[in-house]
Design a protein around this ligand. Sequence first.
Ligand SMILES: CC(C)(COP(=O)(O)OP(=O)(O)OC[C@H]1O[C@@H](n2cnc3c(N)ncnc32)[C@H](O)[C@@H]1OP(=O)(O)O)[C@@H](O)C(=O)NCCC(=O)NCCS
Length: 196
Amino acid sequence: MINLRPLTPEDIPNLPQIRPTYKSSSILEVERSGTGLEIGWRLVERDLPQPFDKGTLYDFDEIAQAEIRARLERPDDTYQRVAESSGLLVGFLDIELQSWNDTAFLWNLMIDLDYRGQGLGRRLWHRALDFARQSDVRAIMIETQNTNVPACRFYARMGCELVGINEVYYTNDSSATEVALFWAYRLPGYRPSSRR
Ligand SMILES: CC(C)(COP(=O)(O)OP(=O)(O)OC[C@H]1O[C@@H](n2cnc3c(N)ncnc32)[C@H](O)[C@@H]1OP(=O)(O)O)[C@@H](O)C(=O)NCCC(=O)NCCS
């Protein structure tokens, strides 16, 4: 049985119990077209000769833990839940309100390697949706990498739309593999008059 409960300060050093890494056998490559101001971007899924391996780059290191702690100290703007199984952390949801544009940004939705494909990501996603609805925001914003095809499929399945590409988000190196993809989930029923 997997229990969802609020994150506590004592959980933060234990977040590395969750293994958030992924491998992907394909990548969403960016193809550019056009010149000047008339530029087009297109994503093309390509199989890789070797699976892309995220390795330790998603791990909850000290910097990530400090950022999570800082959000925990702003409870009015943040919703953080852990999933626990037999005393072990196996999933994490971390979403924060962005009042300047009336949205919520999903910082983390991470399920441990051994607990994927069992509906836990969907359970946490629905918690994020409930928080966004109760906070009266107009959309949830999400960032993924073009190498994270499993997460892209998950967000597409959850009803999110791919809304942008940023080739300079992680590096100035134009030959780098990873590109940022931005997703949005527009909340039905949102009315501008209900702005906080
Ligand atoms: C992406 C992630 C959160 C999905 O969590 P999960 O618990 O495996 O997802 P669920 O089992 O709840 O799946 C929910 C739906 O998404 C679909 N889905 C999930 N992973 C999928 C995949 N790799 N390929 C295709 N569909 C997928 C499922 O088929 C399911 O649809 P259904 O309920 O209609 O059958 C999880 O794989 C993960 O933690 N990945 C590593 C960290 C990460 O990339 N997080 C997102 C970073 S932005």
